[in-house]
Design a protein around this ligand. Structure first.
Ligand SMILES: Nc1ncnc2c1ncn2[C@@H]1O[C@H](COP(=O)(O)OP(=O)(O)OP(=O)(O)O)[C@@H](O)[C@H]1O
Ligand SMILES: [Mg+2]
Length: 244
């Protein structure tokens, strides 16, 4: 049961706007990789390329599952989801007029997850007990932090092996950011999930990440293990408020 994602030299554009230039990034089984970058630098575009929602104009995106390689640039989003890749999109994208439980059920669209609905729902409620208490509440009436928990739980309903989380901390108070990251860390430690997380909150991302990539104007300008990342000058000036 091993999974590995290899992104090699991809470029992507929206019309005349080139959002990614020659980006390479690898994630191996059980790793949590942080993709760090401020607004508009290409984090979501990279995730959408992995999900087949934006097609790269060059380069390769390959997912190796138990020794078998899949070329994601040739597959539909549905096929990619069926391989066990889930994305928790930016801004949560819940159905506000549906209940917590109904939102969770909609997360189980992956074919192989349909037979495991009861099991996955129990797992979500165990991970996020608050969602069990509020299973009949409309998603739109929950607080921002609660909605983020629901968005993560909905991602887990598809039994993913690779989870892409696009800026889980956006719009949350520092306390809720910290709680959300703690949950992601718990999931990673307990279930060996492999995670790619886009974040602007450097310190929170570092609590959970094993490895980090810094993206600036659609290019990876630095990548390393987290310890070396803290010492990087770019990181210090962009994220840690150290001025020179
Ligand atoms: N659908 C689109 N049409 C045209 N340009 C787009 C589209 N989506 C993104 N872009 C552009 O591509 C670039 C990268 O955007 P992207 O959403 O990947 O950045 P991001 O790092 O996720 O930013 P944020 O932190 O604000 O979410 C930006 O210049 C953006 O304006
Ligand atoms: Mg984004």
């Amino acid at each position: 049961m091993a999974i590995k994602l290899e992104i090699t030299n991809i470029a992507a554009s929206y019309g005349a706007v080139q959002a990614l230039h020659d980006v390479s990034l690898n994630i191996s089984q059980g790793q949590t990789v942080a993709l760090l970058g401020t607004n508009g630098n290409g984090k979501s575009t990279l995730m959408k390329c992995v999900m087949g929602m934006v097609r790269p104009s060059q380069g390769r995106i390959e997912l190796e599952i138990d020794g078998q390689r899949h070329d994601l640039t040739k597959l539909s989003t549905q096929e990619i989801v069926n391989l066990g890749v889930a994305m928790i999109p930016e801004g949560r994208r819940l159905f506000p007029k549906l209940t917590v439980e109904e939102n969770l059920l909609l997360g189980a669209y992956r074919e192989s997850a349909r037979s495991k609905i009861a099991q996955n729902m129990a797992f979500c409620f165990e991970t996020f007990p608050l969602l069990a208490e509020r299973r009949r509440q409309l998603a739109g009436s929950m607080s921002g932090g609660q909605q983020q928990m629901l968005a993560i739980a909905r991602g887990l309903m598809s039994s993913p092996r690779l989870l892409l989380v696009d800026e889980p901390s956006v719009g949350l108070s520092p306390l809720l950011v910290s709680q959300t990251i703690t949950k992601l860390k718990e999931l990673k430690d307990k279930y060996e999930l492999t995670v790619l997380m886009a974040e602007q909150n450097f310190n929170q991302a570092m609590r959970v990440a094993d490895y980090g990539y810094i993206i600036v104007h659609g290019e990876i300008v630095f990548h390393s293990e987290v310890e070396a990342l803290r010492e990087n000058e770019l990181v210090k000036s962009f994220y840690l408020g150290v001025s020179h």
